[in-house]
Design a binder for this molecule. Structure first.
Ligand code: ZN
Length: 423
């Protein structure tokens, strides 16, 4: 999916712009001499996240100013030092919303950071307590004021392409050989099948980290893009990526995106990690109704589900519908379809790679809980195993594993074409 416009899928998360707002964050008895550890910027087409990490909680004020548009953040309790300037200078400037970042001493012990903005934004501010390797974090999510929902864009774009693609499809039939990347070409479905591909983690949440320093979030994004290309090349599939770059997406938002486009399938891509470095092989998971089938499955589910904690979810803004969605247990039918799909993929991956488990495992993954969409999670290999970490970085392995997943999906749909929805 090609995001051309700036937009926001997260209208729910916004609150109205306040021209001038003061937020007191963290404990009031803040100790002077707090140290900034890092300033990070995560740009995406949907929003830009600015994270300020420090060793103690910070007291900050922020103001939104116009003509020109800028966001001014005053941080109390820290003096301007060369290290802060250095941190700020690392911020990339090719951001969709931020044109420049400046820093100065506003008052003694008050450091002012100014974000010059390319357009009017609506900020969302929240704090995150220390978790994992992260210390205290102050987070600004900057949403464009005039935003467009990426999911709506996806639907509009696909509606326009409908006719052209039908012509292309017929033309392809006449050519005999299709450009279908070794997938079935005998089937021309009455309507395209919509698949939501969900690259795990992203942004502030690196996922598992290999011994050589490989981030799970990076390899799974690469594999997801390859899978998208293969499936789109087949002609029957339309793909929505729940994230198409390095930014954080809350778990429930991933599911919401898939439901909004009425996806026929949701497939989350991950790379496993375990405390024992010799653990290896790919595995495929479906949702479990009763609980994890094995202790390892439960362990992995807990780890993947903690993404919102690590990546930084603004829990305050969860509304009732979202909470209900999260609590809504998947139906037996969804799990049955997911197991069937999972088995189809396990067979394809097992044909060339080591499997961690020869059958589909079941666990309570938050991203698999859409009650009406067959949903699976593929752990493509163990990133914690040095040999497999190297494989995950290898273009050949990435291609083979993507093709295996695509074949598994294709074979599943040949036998389980969704007839319950209008074409
Ligand atoms: Zn993961």
């Amino acid at each position: 999916m090609d995001f051309k416009k700036r937009h926001s899928a997260l209208r729910l998360l916004k609150y109205s712009a306040v021209a001038k707002a003061i937020f007191i964050l963290g404990p009031k008895e803040i100790a002077y001499g707090a140290n900034l550890i890092a300033v990070r910027v995560w740009p995406s087409e949907v929003y830009t996240r600015v994270t300020i990490e420090s060793d103690t909680a910070l007291i900050t004020n922020f103001q939104l100013l116009k003509d020109p548009n800028r966001l001014v953040v005053d941080i109390q309790g820290i003096d301007l030092s060369s290290s802060i300037k250095e941190l700020i200078s690392k911020v990339q400037k090719n951001d969709p919303y931020i044109s420049n970042v400046r820093v100065g001493l506003y008052q003694p012990q008050v450091t002012r950071i100014v974000f010059d903005l390319k357009e009017e934004i609506v900020p969302q501010l929240f704090t995150l307590n220390p978790v994992g390797t992260y210390k205290h974090r102050l987070v600004f999510d900057l949403y464009p004021k005039n935003s467009q929902d990426p999911v709506t864009t996806f639907l509009q774009k696909n509606a326009r392409q409908e006719d052209e693609e039908e012509i292309a499809r017929i033309a392809k039939q006449f050519q005999g050989k299709s450009l279908d990347n070794q997938l079935s070409n005998s089937f021309k479905y009455a309507r395209p099948i919509i698949i939501a591909i969900d690259p795990g983690h992203g942004g502030e949440d690196p996922g598992a980290i290999g011994m050589a320093g490989t981030f799970e979030k990076d390899v799974v994004l690469a594999i997801s893009h390859r899978l998208k290309d293969i499936l789109e090349g087949q002609g029957n599939f339309r793909i929505l990526l729940t994230r198409d770059a390095d930014y954080f997406v809350p778990l429930h938002t991933r599911v919401q995106k898939a439901r909004k486009v009425q996806a026929d399938l949701f497939i989350s891509i991950h790379a496993d990690a375990f405390v024992l470095p010799h653990a290896k092989g790919a595995s495929v998971f479906a949702l479990s109704q009763q609980g994890a089938t094995s202790t390892a499955a439960r362990w992995i589910a807990n780890k993947e589900n903690s993404a919102d904690l690590i990546g930084g979810l603004n829990i305050k803004s969860k509304n009732v519908d979202v909470a209900k969605l999260l609590l809504d247990m998947a139906t037996t039918a969804q799990i049955k379809d997911s197991l069937r799909l999972g088995n189809s993929i396990v067979k394809e991956i097992g044909a060339f790679a080591t499997l961690h488990s020869k059958s589909v495992e079941q666990a309570n993954f938050a991203v698999l809980k859409a009650p009406d969409i067959p949903s699976i999670l593929v752990e493509t290999a163990f990133i914690s195993n040095p040999e497999e970490e190297a494989k995950l970085l290898d273009e050949g392995y990435q291609k083979r594993v993507s093709l295996a997943i695509a074949k598994g999906i294709d074979k599943y749909f040949v036998q389980n074409y969704p007839t319950n929805r209008p074409g």
